[in-house]
Ligand binder design. Sequence first.
Ligand code: ATP
Ligand code: MG
Length: 255
Amino acid sequence: MGKTVAIQVKGLQSGFGESIIHNNLDLTIYKGEIIALVGGSGCGKTTLLKQLLGLHKPTRGEMTILGVDILKPGADLRVLQRRWGVLFQQGALFSSLSVLENVVFVLKELTTLSKDTIETIAYMKMKMAQFPLDSAHKYPSELSGGMLKRAALARAIVMDPELLFLDEPTAGLDPISAASLDALVVNLQKSLGLTIVLVTHDPDTLWTAVDRVAFLGDKRVLAVKPMAELVCDPHPVIQAYFASARTKRKEQHGN
Ligand SMILES: Nc1ncnc2c1ncn2[C@@H]1O[C@H](COP(=O)(O)OP(=O)(O)OP(=O)(O)O)[C@@H](O)[C@H]1O
Ligand SMILES: [Mg+2]
C-alpha cells in the first residue's frame, strides 16, 4: 500500500533570540496515521506544533502541509485552517459561551448553513466526541476535565478536518478517562480517516493509541518509529527518556 505524505518538514531551524530550538529537523507524516511528538521538556514539541499551525515562523527550512508550502511568502493559510482541527492544551474553549455555542462558533463564522443544520451538525460532533448531550448548554467552568477535552474535541472536528492536532490530550485526566479518550482518538481516526499529530508525555497513549512516535532531542527528530521499536533504540537521550518506571512496566507486559 503506497503511503501519501500529509506533512513534510525539511531542514527546519528555529529559535527564540539567541537560543536555537530546532536545527536541521526533518519529519515526514503520512496520511491516515496517528503520530506522537515526544521528548524532554523544552525540546520544542509545542513550538513545532505552533509552526505547523502557522503560529510561529521558523528561521529556515521547508514545511509542506497537504501539499501547501506554508513558509512560502504569501502562502494563504486560511484555506488550510478549514482542513485542520486543533485541540489546545487547555481546551481553549470560550469561557463566556456554552459548549453548544463553542461548537457551533466556527460553523457560524465559516458557513452559510441554516441555524437548524448548524445545530444538528454540532450535536452530531458532540456525540462523536462522546460529550454528554444533556450538558450542551453548560459553560466550560461547569465541566470536568474529561468533559472539557471532549467538548474541545467536538469543536476541533466540527468542520470535518483532514488533520487533527492535539496538544497533550490526556494531560490531567485520571487513568480511566485518559484511556477512554485515547480509545476515542483511535476511533475518530478510523471512522473519519484523519491524520492525527499529538504531543504527549503519556506512555499509555504512546503504547495503545499511536502508530509511530517521533522523538525530539538534540534539536532535531532523533527517531521516528512505532513505540515497541523506539524503546529499543540505543540512543542515550531516548533511553534516558523511557527509563521511567511506568513505561518499563508496560514494556514488560509486552503491549
Ligand atoms: N514565546 C517564547 N519566547 C521565548 N522562548 C520560548 C517561547 N516559547 C518557547 N520558548 C522556549 O523554547 C523552548 C521549547 O519550548 P516548547 O514549549 O516548544 O517545549 P516543549 O517541548 O513543548 O516542552 P514541554 O514538554 O515542557 O511542554 C523552551 O526552551 C522554551 O523556553
Ligand atoms: Mg509543550
